[in-house]
Each structure stands twice: as structure tokens, then as C-alpha cells.
Design a protein around this ligand. Structure first.
Ligand code: AMP
Length: 514
């Protein structure tokens, strides 16, 4: 059987690992690095660069360099956060024919699945070169907070790259595996995962080789990128105040400032003071103008405080849902590159007490955990009983923009639940059910997974048909729905309309371009 690789397809960086001699190892890429920037660039000459090479040319080719694609995958172009995000991106976000968020480079539009597949292909090539064999299967990590559409789109990305997904697992759960939590006898652990694009907190219970996710909470729109945007905006404003020049419409200058913002953030994790030097950032009336300034860690921490404050509510929510307090926790695992920042570590210690563990490199923990999971699936590693939960409420839209919840968030998966629907008019032959997933009580604020159409309902007076609809969430967190008309016992064909994602034809077309 071919090896199963573990993949962390991150917002900023991606990482691939395998099991070797019963232990997970990270596979180094062709450039000798353990993580690969999640970036794809297209040049004006029609060449394509992925990873480090894409990152290196970003400043001179900003409109054709795609980053943060994970924030668009499985999303609609008109979602409020997508509209807001697109304002900060140098490349164009466009709606697909069905309204999904795609990106446009010159005259070609690409789905986020396709761009992600290009990154996965690069990781796959590294693994094939390391293992000297074809790799066809993977375990893929997703943020715990990913909804059904985002999970399915991530699976499509792997499939486009020629990888069959054996399991989709939540990132914090995998991180816990990497930290060797399975070997722990008993206790409660929090996984605090702040990466490039998302923030997740999960509370786990360990019990002699089995572990159960008790609760998970987070913010799908809070990550390193948001910190970078804030720093970038401050640098742009400082430059404007000092020179009177507004560079917000100069994409090349913006990309240089964005890179400088991320660099200064990372440098101030180890240094207490650093400087930003961007020569020839713009041309003023008297010639070239430069951005040069010194910044201290304290100044950075003052600037980002509003974002750090947003970390507390999800931590509290996760604890409350798990029915625990910080005193009950034995350990807090730090995951995600952003947990290298001293002020993030200070936040964790303030909130949870002095229990933070950083035994595993935070950028690699998720991929290493994915390899452990693949080792379990392949039978190379002793079975760990892993009980995960669904992070979002799954329900149906009802009158007045309300949600009738069918499966509550933090229910262990796999799970299923049924609900009986009926008709409101005599001889009604069709019922439409809008399936939504999210935290909000308002349907319009949840992700719309699509509309199921129950057709061919036998002719009966209003309210008489009893249509039982069964909602399933499998171990990957993926949703499926099936309906039965109870009076006649027929299984109805459910047609899903308006879902986010690629059709079979679009997948075939995309495959040819990877
Ligand atoms: P991840 O998604 O885990 O790869 O995390 C990526 C995020 O971590 C990006 O926003 C990086 O800028 C950030 N990051 C990586 N290293 C550091 C560091 N030393 N200090 C602060 N942030 C970092």
C-alpha cells in the first residue's frame, strides 16, 4: 500500500509529513525548508511559481501573486468577510458563475480549490521525491471551525492534486496527537491554535489512549493576516503623515509594506526593537521618498491590543461548553506561528495560568499530527480512539430568518438526527428546505449549505405527508442529507441547489490545468 501523507494546508504556510520508523517527520521541500509558503504566482510570460519562488517575486508582481487562498475556499463572493478581505488583497476576487469566491489573473479565473491544489501538488512532489514512490493518499487538516462547504472544497483541492483524502481532521485535534496526548493517562488539555488566518481553541479530555474533544470554539476570521493588516495600515498612515503621499493605490508599494509588516511582527518576537527600511517606496515632488522608522515591541503590543482582546471570548466559550474552568486544565498546547509572539504567550498565561507547552514546533504540530493519524489508518501506529465534535450548529432555515437547529454544535461525530417536515398546501408535491450551518440564530448570518428539494410528494391534504429528513455528519465533519416520505415509505431524491463548490465538469476542467 502506498504511504499516506499528512498535510497541513495553512493560510500562510503549508507542511507535509509522513511516518518513518513509527514517528512522524516533516518532509523538507526542494528549497530545504520545512514549511512552504501557501502562495501561487503567475508571471506575465505565462509561467507559474508555487511556494518560496512565488513569495520571492510577490513585490514586483502583486496582482498575479495569490496568498491567503484558504480564506476564500468554500466561501461565497458576496459574504461580508469576503468582501472586506478582498479590499486588502492585491489580486482580484471575482464571483464564479454560481457566486463562489474565485480569483482572476489576467483573463483567467481560478477557483480556490484549484489554487490550493497547486500548493498541494508541490507538497506531494516533495514527498514523492523523498519517498521515491508515487503518493496517492493523504490525511488533510482543516480548522475546527470550517463548515461543510469549506471541508468539501478542501477535499476537492486534494483530489485535483491527485490525492485521495482518507480523513479530514480538525487542526487542534491533530496538534494534540502531535504533542503525544494519546499517551497521556488522564486529564484535560486546551489546544490554543492561532495561525495565519484562523483562531481555534479546543478542550480535550484524555483517558488512557482515548481522547475526546469536549468543546471547540474560535474565530474563523482572526489570524496573523489580521495583525499584519493592522500593522500595514499603520505604516501606510505614518508614511502619509510624514510625506503627504498616499500609497493605498500603488499595489507594488502595498505589497512591500505588507511584507515589511509581517517581518517586523516576527522580528519583535525575539527582539525588543527593530526598524523598517523601505527605500524608494514612492516618488514625491522632490524625487524618491523612503519609509524608515524604528518600532519597539511595546509599541507593537499597544497597536495590536484590540486584536489580542478578541482571543478571550472563544477561550471562555470553549471552557463553558466543556463545563470546565481554567483550574481543571492540566496543560495548554500552543499551536500556530502566531503563538511565538510574547504578548500572545502572555495572554495565554494570564488567561489559563502557567500551563503553556511549546514542546513541538508550532508551525509543524498540525502536519505531524496528520502523519500520526495517517499512521493509525495505515496500521503502523497503535490505534488511538479519537472522538471529535462538530463545531457549528446544523439546522434548517424557518420563517422570519430563524434557524431550527437539528444537530447542536459540540456534538460528537459521526452523528445523525432526523426531523419530520410536512406540507402547508393541499396536494403540494414539492418542499424546499434550506440547510444552514453556523453559530448565529439568524439564518442569514449562517453559511447556507444549499437548498434540498423534496419532490414527487404523493398528493395529500396539507399537513398530512410526513417527510422524515435525516441529517448525517460523518467522521470528516461532512454533511449529507436524505429524506423519506413516511406514508408511502419512498426515499425521495434530494436535489441540492445553490451550494458552494465545484461541479463534476468544473473539477475535470480544473484537473487539466493543475
Ligand atoms: P501558521 O498558520 O501556523 O503557519 O502561522 C502563520 C502565522 O504565524 C503568520 O501570520 C506568521 O506571520 C506568524 N508567525 C510565524 N512566525 C512568527 C514569529 N516568530 N513571530 C510572530 N508571528 C509569527
Amino acid at each position: 500500500m502506498s504511504k499516506i501523507v499528512g498535510i497541513d494546508l495553512g493560510t500562510t504556510n503549508s507542511c507535509i509529513s509522513i511516518i518513518e520508523n513509527n514517528d512522524p517527520i516533516v518532509i523538507v521541500n526542494g528549497e530545504g525548508q520545512r514549511t512552504t509558503p501557501s502562495m501561487v504566482a503567475f508571471t506575465s510570460k505565462g509561467e507559474r511559481h508555487v511556494g518560496v519562488h512565488a513569495k520571492r517575486q510577490a513585490a514586483i508582481n502583486p496582482e498575479r501573486t495569490i496568498f491567503s487562498i484558504k480564506r476564500l475556499i468554500g466561501r461565497r463572493a458576496n459574504d461580508d468577510d469576503v468582501v472586506e478581505l478582498a479590499k486588502h488583497l492585491p489580486y482580484h476576487v471575482v464571483p464564479s458563475a454560481t457566486g463562489d469566491a474565485w480569483v482572476q489573473i489576467d483573463n483567467t479565473s481560478y477557483s480556490p480549490q484549484e489554487i490550493s491544489a497547486m500548493i498541494v501538488s508541490k507538497l506531494k512532489e516533495c514527498a514523492e521525491s523523498y519517498c521515491s514512490e508515487a503518493i496517492t493518499q493523504c490525511v488533510i487538516a482543516v480548522p475546527a471551525y470550517f463548515n461543510d462547504a469549506q471541508r468539501q472544497a478542501t477535499r476537492d483541492a486534494c483530489q485535483l492534486a491527485g490525492l485521495e483524502v482518507q480523513r479530514i481532521v480538525n487542526e487542534p485535534t491533530l496538534a494534540a496527537l502531535a504533542f503525544g496526548l494519546a499517551k497521556r493517562t488522564t486529564g484535560y488539555v486546551a489546544v490554543f491554535d492561532l495561525g495565519g488566518g484562523t483562531f481555534d481553541v479546543s478542550i480535550l479530555q484524555c483517558n488512557s489512549g482515548a481522547f475526546r474533544v469536549l468543546a471547540t470554539a474560535g474565530n474563523n476570521h482572526l489570524g496573523g493576516n489580521d495583525f499584519d493588516n493592522l500593522i500595514q495600515n499603520t505604516l501606510i498612515q505614518t508614511f502619509k503623515d510624514e510625506t503627504g503621499i498616499d500609497i493605498t493605490h500603488d499595489k507594488m508599494a502595498l505589497q512591500r509594506v505588507r511584507e515589511a509588516a509581517e517581518s517586523l511582527k516576527c522580528e519583535l518576537s525575539t527582539l525588543t526593537e527593530t526598524s523598517v527600511n523601505l527605500p524608494f517606496l514612492a516618488i514625491g515632488p522632490a524625487g524618491p521618498v523612503h519609509l524608515a522608522l524604528d518600532i519597539t515591541r511595546t509599541q507593537l503590543e499597544d497597536l495590536i491590543r484590540p486584536l489580542v482582546e478578541k482571543l478571550a471570548p472563544p477561550c471562555q466559550d470553549a471552557l463553558t461548553e466543556a463545563g470546565l474552568t481554567t483550574e481543571d486544565l492540566d496543560e495548554v498546547l500552543l499551536v500556530g506561528g502566531m503563538t511565538r509572539m510574547p504578548c500572545i504567550r502572555a495572554f495565554v498565561e494570564n488567561f489559563f495560568g502557567e500551563k503553556a507547552s511549546h514542546g513541538v514546533n508550532p508551525d509543524e504540530a498540525v502536519a505531524l499530527g496528520a502523519a500520526v493519524q495517517s499512521g493509525i489508518l495505515a496500521g503502523d501506529i497503535e490505534e488511538v480512539v479519537l472522538l471529535d465534535v462538530t463545531p457549528l450548529n446544523l439546522g434548517v432555515e424557518t420563517a422570519g430568518d430563524k434557524v431550527s437547529t437539528i444537530i447542536e454544535r459540540n456534538t460528537s461525530i459521526p452523528t445523525k438526527a432526523s426531523k419530520i417536515f410536512t406540507t402547508t398546501e393541499d396536494n403540494q408535491s414539492i418542499v424546499r428546505i434550506a440547510i444552514v450551518q453556523g453559530d448565529s440564530k439568524k439564518a442569514s448570518e449562517c453559511a447556507n449549505l444549499g437548498t434540498f428539494i423534496l419532490s414527487d410528494i404523493p398528493k395529500m391534504p396539507a399537513g398530512k405527508p410526513r417527510i422524515e429528513v435525516e441529517f448525517c455528519i460523518d467522521a470528516d465533519g461532512v454533511v449529507s442529507v436524505q429524506g423519506i416520505e413516511r406514508q408511502t415509505g419512498t426515499v425521495k431524491t434530494l436535489v441540492l441547489q445553490g451550494t458552494v463548490g465545484l461541479s463534476g465538469k468544473q473539477l475535470e476542467e480544473a484537473k487539466k490545468r493543475i
